[in-house]
Design a protein around this ligand. Structure first.
Ligand SMILES: *Cc1c(COP(=O)(O)O)cnc(C)c1O
Length: 365
């Protein structure tokens, strides 16, 4: 098996890239996930050859055989990270090594070939280098990078596939929320859980999202923005949103967040915020927090703020929570002071306006 961790990338330039003028129009208001850059990364894996044929090539459709394993048994994982333009014009990545590690761990959980972390990082750097002019210059803009991998073997037998395709696409993104994040209203799902002990909750796989969508639909049906999941065993403890972790700010200034235990996605935003909060002298407790406690603390005022966190939206204040037969507000329903302060600090580090004292930011030369 090929154990090489660095490959030479072949480069095939797009023969008809988006013009400067058209790109400028797209980048003025890119939204999220609907505009894409000119190129993409493709790396193949087979048991015989290992990782091979690394390419940066024009972005476009790929051929899918109807018997491709991913279409039937959902061996698929992904990542999400951003490239930023700093005020001095540099292009940066934030903790991409953590994405590389998590991608490998997700692959292992899904019995897929783990992509060497150095190859993951190399692929990100190659694509950003070629498509860096797609980083929007608008406030809050970034280039969202989406590495993903799936079972590409053509075989209907149920087993870990022997062939995989790893790809990276890039999508310019505007500020997730313009003019500061508005608070979201959450729906507490009673019927659906996201992940059970021993399941795939800690892996970033498409299957987790597929399983969450019916609950998200239920949330929308109840006039809420997002669903929040409770634990699958007791249906009591708050776990996370469909795609974001959750934190609670108490009246003594401390922060509580559900502990990682296999059913929660280990967010890099989560980990970074815990580090920043601890450095500011904030007491941080990773402990279970029940929906009943949440309700009681919100009503007594012991809970001051709550927010969701993840790469796409960074920090999103939670204003209200609704469940079957109840509803409660957090604070005054708007963004809290601690939420705003943490958002400004993390966002500043990512965008190069606050010094990076942790070695989290990589400048691409
Ligand atoms: C990606 C993701 C998060 C957030 O992780 P970050 O590394 O902070 O972006 C949280 N929950 C789920 C389910 C996720 O897929």
């Amino acid at each position: 098996m090929n154990t090489t961790t660095n490959l030479d990338f072949e480069f095939e330039a797009h023969t008809n890239p988006v013009s400067d003028a058209d790109r400028a129009v797209l980048l003025a208001n890119p939204g999220f996930g609907k505009v894409f850059t000119d190129h993409m990364v493709v790396i193949k894996y087979s048991v015989e050859k290992g990782w091979h044929d690394a390419k940066v090539q024009p972005r476009g459709p790929i051929q899918v055989d109807p018997a491709m394993a991913v279409l039937h048994y959902a061996q698929e994982i992904f990542e999400g990270l951003k490239a930023y333009r700093t005020p001095d014009g540099a292009v940066t990545l934030f903790r991409a090594d953590e994405n590389a590690r998590r991608f490998r761990e997700s692959a292992e959980r899904m019995a897929m070939a783990p992509l060497p972390e150095e190859l993951f990082l190399q692929s990100i750097r190659e694509l950003v280098k070629i498509d860096e002019k797609w980083i929007p210059e608008i406030e809050g803009g970034s280039l969202y990078l989406r590495p993903f991998m799936f079972a590409s073997e053509v075989f209907l037998g149920v087993k870990p596939a022997s062939e995989y395709l790893y790809m990276v696409i890039a999508s310019p993104a505007g500020a997730y929320f313009k003019g500061g994040a508005p608070s979201v209203t959450l729906w507490v799902s009673e019927h659906y859980t996201r992940a059970a002990p021993g399941g795939t909750g800690a892996a970033k796989c498409g299957g987790n999202y597929a399983a969450s969508l019916v609950a998200q639909k239920e949330a929308i049906g109840h006039g809420c923005d997002q669903v929040v999941f409770l634990d699958a065993v007791e249906n009591r403890y708050v776990e996370e949103l469909g795609g974001m972790n959750v934190m609670f700010v108490m009246d003594d200034g401390s922060i509580i967040t559900p502990p990682l235990g296999g059913t929660i996605l280990p967010g890099i935003t989560r980990a970074s915020l815990l580090t920043l909060a601890r450095e500011q002298g904030i007491e941080v407790r990773e402990e279970r927090y029940s929906i009943d406690q949440w309700k009681a603390d919100a009503q007594s005022g012991k809970l001051r703020e709550a927010f969701a966190c993840g790469t796409a939206a960074v920090l999103t204040p939670i204003g209200q929570v609704r469940g079957n037969g109840y509803e409660f507000m957090i604070g005054n329903g708007g963004p809290g002071i601690v939420t705003e302060k943490l958002r400004a600090e993390l966002g500043g580090i990512q965008r190069g306006t606050v010094p990076d004292t942790h070695g989290w930011v990589e400048r691409l030369g």
